[in-house]
Design a binder for this molecule. Structure first.
Ligand SMILES: [Zn+2]
Length: 88
């Protein structure tokens, strides 16, 4: 659920968000929407600016939510036995 406050914060960046560069998921190539990503997290103005800089950076790649969740669960599966070996 998105708060009115958060919507107002994003409203200040409306122009920048519209002009943001097109981004595609690094894994599946699906188009990413900056606004969709920003709406998922509660951010203050400073965090939104930082996120925007990352979005515009040519050195950073993003995953879409589906790919990210997939990778996260794969990593958990891979790392689990290692943790067990280390811990027990
Ligand atoms: Zn993807």
């Amino acid at each position: 659920m998105i708060s009115i406050d958060h919507k107002n914060q994003l409203g200040k960046f409306e122009k920048a968000i519209k002009q943001a560069k097109n981004r595609y998921c690094w894994k599946c190539g699906g188009k990413l929407e900056l606004l969709d990503l920003l709406l998922q997290f509660t951010m203050n103005e400073k965090t939104i600016k930082k996120f925007y800089i990352l979005w515009e950076s040519k050195y950073i790649q993003f995953y879409c939510c589906a790919c990210f969740e997939e990778i996260e669960s794969e990593e958990l599966l891979i790392n689990k036995p290692v943790f067990k070996e280390v811990l027990f």
